[in-house]
Design a protein around this ligand. Structure first.
Ligand code: URA
Length: 273
């Protein structure tokens, strides 16, 4: 009876997404959340007032217009200095490791930064790490990652010939959809990540990454199969960017593999041109 109800309670927690033991002792996350919220509000006023004094006209895809300043998250403001000054991937990783402005970091096991060849002409940006990625600290190493690797092998690419990351750097508990504030917190980092890799072609894996980085509202069915110009202030020239179906979606909807294959052929054609 006791064991049965304990198992029931464990199953219930797993269904809620609490499927990773992150420490031996329980922690009072409610009181922690209140403290860090207060800290973030304090940081927001200090860092943003510095940034706006230096450049009152600051307007970029990262931080929006001055009118939108009040909508910026504390996390975005906190990163003004550290992200823009990251001169290489190591520094960017370091600023992510030091960053406390994304709640997902607290429940994740590892930062999932990137994998593959940073000198490649081809960069993929996916959604968010899952359980396997969280455990290994590498993007796309689970079932959907293996499908993506297989798909890319058909156009002659393996991880020595592309670079891959996500637009969310920590696993959302139970693989839930990241909250808007979590996406906004990671956005300056992924934008700088793309600037540092500066690939010839950029491919968003799944609708969430495409929508966040291209600032579009359409779904993946509309965004796939076409090219966009991806541009940020740190890039000398825009990067041709496209979007493909997420492999996890293809595992659920295998009939769409036909369209995915068409998208890969379109990409291959650009790569050899
Ligand atoms: N799905 C993603 O979008 N990224 C990963 O790293 C793994 C699964």
């Amino acid at each position: 009876m006791g064991i049965k109800s304990d198992l029931g309670s464990l199953n219930w927690q797993i269904e809620l997404g609490a499927d990773e033991a992150i420490s031996d002792q329980p922690q009072d996350r409610l009181s922690q959340a209140q403290t860090s919220q207060a800290e973030m509000v304090a940081k927001k006023s200090v860092v943003y007032s510095q940034a706006s004094q230096e450049n009152p006209q600051i307007e970029s895809p990262l931080f929006g217009s001055p009118q939108k300043a009040s909508l910026r998250t504390a996390a975005e403001n906190h990163t003004v200095d550290t992200v823009f000054s990251a001169k290489n991937l190591e520094e960017l990783r370091g600023s992510l490791e030091a960053f406390e402005g994304c709640a997902l970091k607290k429940t994740a096991t590892n930062l999932v930064f990137g994998d593959g060849n940073p000198d490649s002409d081809l960069m993929f940006v996916g959604e968010a790490p899952g359980a396997d990625e969280d455990r290994q600290g590498k993007p796309f190493v689970g079932v959907s990652g293996r499908l993506l690797d297989t798909m890319l092998s058909y156009i002659g690419r393996d991880r020595t010939k592309f670079y891959i990351t996500n637009h969310i750097y920590w696993r959302p508990p139970g693989n839930r959809t990241p909250a808007a504030a979590e996406v906004a917190a990671c956005l300056p980092f992924i934008r700088r990540h793309i600037e540092l890799i500066n690939p010839r072609f950029l491919v968003f894996v799944g609708g969430a990454a495409a929508k966040a980085l291209l600032e579009r509202t359409e779904g993946i069915n509309k965004l796939r199969g076409q090219w966009f110009a991806y541009k940020t202030p740190g890039l000398a020239e825009s990067i041709p960017a496209t979007a493909i179906f997420h492999p996890a979606y293809l595992l659920r909807q295998p009939a769409h593999k036909r369209l995915a294959w068409r998208d890969l052929l379109m990409l291959k054609q650009r790569l050899v041109s």
